[in-house]
Design a protein around this ligand. Structure first.
Ligand SMILES: Nc1ncnc2c1ncn2[C@@H]1O[C@H](COP(=O)(O)OP(=O)(O)O)[C@@H](O)[C@H]1O
Ligand SMILES: O=C(O)C1=C[C@@H](OP(=O)(O)O)[C@@H](O)[C@H](O)C1
Ligand SMILES: [Mg+2]
Length: 167
């Protein structure tokens, strides 16, 4: 199948955006991130889209951005953490190499800090992250062709495991 060499999925704070950059550097491949694509296309931040137009509108933009990137992007693709909630997107992921970057509550909370720029974490970050991890973990597992643990590991260590597994 043409399209990305690998697609990274997982919760906020799993390191999808960071590790995508490292994999792109290692392979000499271009890197895309659907959040950045949406921001470039709309000229607005993810937070502004959530606040001004609501999550449903963001999800519609996200479904389009993912479909376009899966069809055309030949490099490394990082999805936003909620992209896999769309059935349409899960169906499109079939046949692609999909890596689920797993992260536990403690490390995810450390990494997202106050949740600035991540509108779904407004309020109590720890309890929001917990709810999202509980709800979404089975969904990430269902689309993954490889699962990589990230707790207590640096982005370089995570990227190295992926490079070895997909060599
Ligand atoms: N394995 C890791 N260990 C420690 N910090 C990490 C790790 N991966 C990412 N980070 C940091 O966590 C934050 C969130 O990473 P990011 O790549 O934006 O995650 P995601 O795109 O999955 O939400 C960033 O500040 C990043 O530097
Ligand atoms: O999990 C989610 O629903 C979201 C994750 C974010 O991306 P990251 O997973 O890259 O932080 C971003 O798409 C938006 O804030 C919603
Ligand atoms: Mg990201």
């Amino acid at each position: 199948m043409t399209g990305p060499r690998v697609v990274l999925v997982g919760p906020m704070g799993a390191g999808k955006t960071t590790v995508a950059g490292l994999l792109g550097d290692a392979w000499g491949l271009p890197v895309r991130d659907t959040d950045a694509d949406i921001e470039a296309r709309t000229g607005r931040s993810v937070s502004d889209i959530f606040v001004e137009d609501g999550e449903d509108h963001f999800r519609a933009l996200e479904r389009e951005a993912v479909a376009e990137a899966l069809a055309t992007h030949p490099g490394v693709l990082a999805l936003g953490g909620g992209a896999v909630l769309a059935e349409e997107t899960r169906a499109r992921l079939a046949g692609h190499e999909v890596v689920f970057l797993r992260v536990g509550l403690t490390d995810a909370v450390k990494r997202v800090g106050l949740g600035v720029g991540r509108p779904l974490l407004l309020g109590n970050v720890r309890s929001r992250v917990k709810v999202l991890l509980d709800e979404r973990t089975p969904v990430y597992e269902s689309v993954a062709t490889l699962v990589v643990d990230t707790d207590g590991r640096s982005p370089d260590e995570v990227a190295a495991e992926i490079l070895e597994a997909l060599a």
